[in-house]
Design a protein around this ligand. Structure first.
Ligand code: ADP
Length: 610
């Protein structure tokens, strides 16, 4: 019913022991008192027998020995019926007379308590207890001096059988033991009930505390009493409520933190003071292309040294202690990406390290951007410098050469070059300004529903002279009568088409062929400009839309006055129209540029041409 060492068990044991000890003390005390009472009774009855005549009549004899016959007869006559045994002993310790005649004339020393008799002979009344016979019958002895005219003539020795006294005592003891057993049984039953009453609420509290340790804070303890346990129960319920609140707050915070860690773009690795990984977020796992199980199965040093050995704990500790670094960070490359890792050793207090947090940022794009910016500045400077140098050298020639002004033809040629270089610069600046407006979203748009077919036809027409000059065949493959409507800024859209078509003419040799087509498929219109010109190598293709990128600078420049910004601008403009621009090309075979634009949905039902 009760576990070993439980309060209930202990309460019952203590209760039982207390009752047992109390009853035993009471029992022993009562038995002792009872014994003393009986002994006193016996003593009184012995004294009474002695003093009620025997002693008196015996004191009248001057010599007991001489009157033996008479004394014996008297004793036998008067006292044969009493339960006490009477012995008359003379000075020479001989039994002169007795209620038990078999003792007469025997030595008192052998059969009676000699010490008592000796004391009585000196005039002292004394008593003793002992056993007699082979059956060991308990008896009480008393010896009285027999005095005749101040002389002790002998001893009156009386003894009484105590068997009945001891029987009574034994009986009393048995009764008492039975009473005690019953009392102890009642004690145990009461103890069980009382301890149950006390331990039930404690058990409830214990179960509740166990449930709480497993995270269940909802159940309340049902304590109705107003005693200490009741108050404890109430306090416990309040504590559980508070804990529940606090735990849910903590778990909310934890969830928020987890969401933040999960969604943050930067990788995060947190370790304890021994370098065991306690958290690694999904960004970090993606960066290193590993699973959480794999990461957590490894020691931080083993994991990080695969990517950046500079970030192992020992090195970080040394760097942190030395404090030589301005910034606690490392840059490393992995899998073609550049990472910037910041680290922080977390101290609880001084000299007590709690762990380490490493935050890893993917700075590949930033680095690319930085290098692109540097390239851009260099490119712009270079592109502007080239025509400026030409202009300067031509003007200097005119200024420095004497009499050159007379050579009108020469000066005209020089000025034409200067003029075209100035045009080139102005085009470059114009393109740069437009690109800058596009990138910073400052470009003004003038969009409306336009017929794409007529814009393309117009651009083809505008370029036909240039194509003709190079003996190229510029073909419009589409039906010029049809109408495909799209929501575009007509000027900017035309600018893109002009750039693509002029590129096709520029990078296609004489007698080449250029086909322009416009088709509508589903919700999109596709404009393709296909040439059989010099083409672009596969490796150059992905970089074509970069600013200032030219396949071969010398080749491009020799072929015309491009700035290398045309396709970048085209891409920005088309993307602003929610379209795409793509280039397919084979070196030496030709190039196809495709623009895809969404058609104007409002105009769809009338214009579907499948
Ligand atoms: P550019 O003003 O120099 O023409 P673009 O941005 O328009 O600059 O074009 C970038 C580069 O792409 C060009 O320098 C050229 O080398 C290449 N290119 C563009 N169109 C074609 C084409 N149809 N055929 C071959 N190369 C082309």
């Amino acid at each position: 019913m009760w576990k070993k060492g439980s309060i209930g068990g202990r309460l019952i044991s203590i209760y039982f022991l207390l009752v047992f000890i109390a009853l035993t003390i009471v029992g022993v005390f009562i038995i002792q008192q009872l014994e003393a009472y009986h002994m006193n009774n016996t003593r009184d009855s012995l004294t009474k027998v002695a003093q009620e005549g025997v002693l008196k009549s015996l004191s009248s004899y001057s010599s007991l020995k001489e009157s033996q016959q008479e004394i014996q007869i008297n004793i036998e006559t008067w006292y044969s019926a009493v339960q006490e045994e009477i012995f008359v002993v003379d000075e020479s310790l001989n039994i002169v007379a007795s209620t038990n005649s078999s003792f007469v004339n025997k030595s008192a020393i052998d059969d009676l308590d000699a010490e008592l008799i000796t004391k009585a002979l000196t005039g002292i009344v004394s008593e003793s207890e002992g056993v007699i016979g082979s059956q060991k019958i308990p008896v009480m002895n008393m010896a009285f001096p027999i005095e005749n005219e101040e002389n002790v003539t002998g001893v009156l020795y009386i003894r009484e059988d105590l068997t009945s006294v001891y029987d009574t005592l034994e009986q009393s003891m048995l009764i008492f033991i039975q009473a005690m057993l019953i009392a102890l049984c009642v004690t145990v039953i009461l103890g069980v009930l009382i301890s149950k009453g006390i331990t039930r609420p404690i058990n409830q509290l214990t179960h509740r505390a166990e449930a709480m340790s497993k995270g269940d804070f909802k159940r309340q303890v049902n304590v109705k009493s107003g005693d200490e346990i009741g108050r404890l129960g109430k306090a416990f319920n309040q504590m559980a409520e508070q804990l529940d609140k606090t735990m849910s707050e903590i778990s909310d915070e934890k969830n928020k933190l987890e969401i933040v860690l999960k969604t943050m773009a930067d990788g995060l690795i947190a370790t304890d003071e021994l370098g065991r990984i306690i958290h690694i977020n999904s960004a970090a796992l993606d960066m290193f292309n590993i699973t959480e199980e794999y990461a957590k199965s490894k020691h931080y040093d083993a994991l990080i040294s695969e990517y950046c050995p500079e970030l192992i704990l020992e090195k970080i500790r040394i760097k942190t202690e030395a404090e030589t670094e301005l910034e606690s960070a490392e840059i490393f490359e992995y899998n073609g990406y550049v990472y910037y890792a910041r680290y922080e050793i977390i101290d609880r207090s001084q000299n007590s390290e709690v762990g380490l947090v490493v935050i890893i940022q993917d700075i590949t794009e930033r680095q690319k951007l930085e290098s692109m910016q540097k390239d851009f500045v260099a490119n712009v400077s270079h592109e502007l410098n080239t025509p400026l140098t030409t202009i300067k050298s031509y003007t200097e020639t005119i200024l420095d050469s004497e009499g050159i002004l007379q050579e009108e033809e020469m000066v005209k040629r020089f000025l034409t070059v200067i003029d075209s270089e100035a045009d080139r610069m102005s085009r470059l600046v114009k393109d740069l300004l437009q690109l800058s407006r596009l990138e910073s979203q400052r470009e003004k748009w003038n969009k409306s529903v336009q017929d794409v077919v007529s814009i393309v036809s117009n651009v083809v027409l505008k370029n036909s002279i240039n194509a003709k000059n190079k003996n190229q065949h510029l073909n419009s493959l589409f039906n010029q009568e049809q109408q495909i409507l799209a929501y575009v800024d007509p000027d900017k859209f035309e600018q893109v088409l002009l750039n693509i078509l002029s590129n096709a003419i520029k990078y296609t040799e004489e007698n080449g062929r250029i086909d322009v087509d416009v088709i509508q498929r589903n919700d999109n219109v596709y404009i393709t400009v296909m040439d059989n010109g010099i083409g672009i190598s596969e490796k150059e293709l992905p970089r074509l839309f970069e600013r200032f990128y030219r396949v071969d600078k010398a080749r491009s420049r020799s072929m015309g006055s491009g700035t290398g910004l045309g396709l970048s601008i085209a891409k920005q403009i088309i993307e602003e129209h929610e379209g795409t621009i793509s280039i397919e090309s084979k070196e030496g075979k030709g190039t196809t540029v495709t623009i895809q634009l969404p058609v104007d949905i409002g105009s769809l039902p009338d214009n579907i041409e499948q």
